[in-house]
Design a protein around this ligand. Sequence first.
Ligand SMILES: Nc1ncnc2c1ncn2[C@@H]1O[C@H](COP(=O)(O)OP(=O)(O)OP(=O)(O)O)[C@@H](O)[C@H]1O
Ligand SMILES: O=P(O)(O)OC[C@H]1O[C@H](OP(=O)(O)OP(=O)(O)O)[C@H](O)[C@@H]1O
Length: 211
Amino acid sequence: MNRLTVAMAKGRTATMALELLARVGIEFSSYSEASRKLVFTDDTNTVILIFVKSVDVPTYVENGAADIGIIGKDVLLEEQKEVYELLDLGISKCKLAVAGFPDKQLMESSRLTVASKYPNVAKAHFDKKGIRTEIIKLNGSIELAPLIGMSDVIVDIVESGKTLKENGLVILEDIAESSARLIVNKASFAIKTEQIQEFIAKVKRGVEVSA
Ligand SMILES: Nc1ncnc2c1ncn2[C@@H]1O[C@H](COP(=O)(O)OP(=O)(O)OP(=O)(O)O)[C@@H](O)[C@H]1O
Ligand SMILES: O=P(O)(O)OC[C@H]1O[C@H](OP(=O)(O)OP(=O)(O)O)[C@H](O)[C@@H]1O
């Protein structure tokens, strides 16, 4: 039987996703969070797990290097790849939002400088509102940008709100809810339909048990 290749990123989503998979009998006993290994096989030797950078998960799946990916909706909205999004895992919940200093008038501006790890999401959001933007792409510590006058606002993910609060920032507008999603390569789904459907059905049971 052909094995299924599943791509995900190490970190918070992988930890929760692997717990969920273990609950439905898809176990990777050789995996440990501390390991630097990038490829693992499950205990039944039917699933290959590859670890890639979070933003690259949709690319691996679109190209068929992985049959399945587990990735945040935030990344899917940013990357816009041609993949099937088939299941919401209900983990890694957060939301994409516009944030800045508590100044409601900011959102009335006709032009804004926006710092974000999500330049496409940010641009699309402000384009829809008819606000012209200069987008500054950053890769982390986004909340710093308004503090040092690098941008008027940011577009970033917010979970507990602790990072915003501790930096004197507030949500100015919500953009979209995010949670981890299961995505599938289109050709793989046509070729390995039964195997993929069986995998998804198992994962779905795990999601339902944890709900
Ligand atoms: N504070 C958070 N709470 C809940 N989910 C989050 C939070 N931050 C990020 N996420 C979700 O987890 C995913 C991975 O985030 P994480 O911060 O672990 O990796 P990353 O910073 O995108 O990747 P890298 O560490 O490779 O730069 C995000 O795309 C998002 O869907
Ligand atoms: O609302 P909170 O619970 O505070 O979580 C939100 C924070 O989590 C993410 O950062 P991450 O930890 O990935 O660090 P980063 O700055 O390197 O992106 C995100 O970019 C926010 O900064």
